[in-house]
Design a protein around this ligand. Sequence first.
Ligand SMILES: *Cc1c(COP(=O)(O)O)cnc(C)c1O
Length: 347
Amino acid sequence: MSVGTLTIDHGAIDANWRALDAMTRCETGAVVKANAYGLDAESVAQTLRRSGVQSFFVAVAEEGPIVRESVGSLSNIFVFSGHMEGDEDLLREYQLVPLLNSREQIERHFSVLPGRSFGIQLDTGMNRLGLEPSDWVAVREDVLLKQPVLIMSHLACADDPSDLTNARQLRVFRAMTDGINVPRSLAATGGILLGEAYHFDLTRPGIGLFGGSPFDAAEPVVTLTADVVQVRDVQVGETAGYGNVWIASRRSKIATLSVGYADGLIRALSPGAVVYDHDAACPVVGRISMDSITVDVTNLAHIPETLCIIGSHQTIDDLAGSAGTISYEILTSLGMRYRRERVNWHN
Ligand SMILES: *Cc1c(COP(=O)(O)O)cnc(C)c1O
């Protein structure tokens, strides 16, 4: 048996990309790093290619080949981590465009792959990746002579429109790039929602395509259900799971599901997490184990065959909220033990 069924609605991914695309007048790309946020880069990139995506983004060169093979030779594939030592074969063979982050990377690229397409990543205040303003001033003239295909930066607080960091980074980005005749990109999902000033020539949504906040109007993409393996009666005072952290205060029915933290249901989800039998919320009780969780189904009138972990009653953001995390972390943690079904419910 598989630990559960993970349904991925490619119709919803297509609809989400179209909805984000309709919010701007520029090109809309797609970020498919980390195996398309855990949802399978190969099939997701294929779907998005059909939606009309021409520019894909991955985090490291090693993620490029699977995307190249699924989207064909005509699309752009950009690499956020730029050109690291040893990347040249992958960059050349799969026509990946590194977004050069430092003077060291710029030198490496011009010496190892001269004449090959590249972009530039600027740091406008996040202090994570990209050239600082002072570095940019020093290399800008030389770099522009070599004709970068994209200049980008990334916003640190775009999920919160009221954060003043957004406007500050926008000002820095404009000061570093205004008047340059190269396509520019600043916005991920959150940046698209901040409005036209943030859009420039190309946007780079990731989480919004997969149904996550801050794109609250997104169509849900993921449904996750797990089979009930066993149900037992538990007497008052008995416990469930490791460490006896849950103690029955009434006679209870406890169902065991064969999914656990190895499948992305991280331990921080308990206590407080629920799973659903149709409309009825059933609390997860006791600690989450590597391969199983225990659920209190006492209030149900019947014994369920399956329980729903992510679905219409509990979104990826709801589940993430129970663990004090974000939907990005839930999606990218789901793991490979599920039976994965590709559907087209929303179209
Ligand atoms: C991950 C990432 C994105 C996509 O961000 P979302 O919030 O998922 O839309 C865009 N740009 C960069 C540089 C990233 O690292």
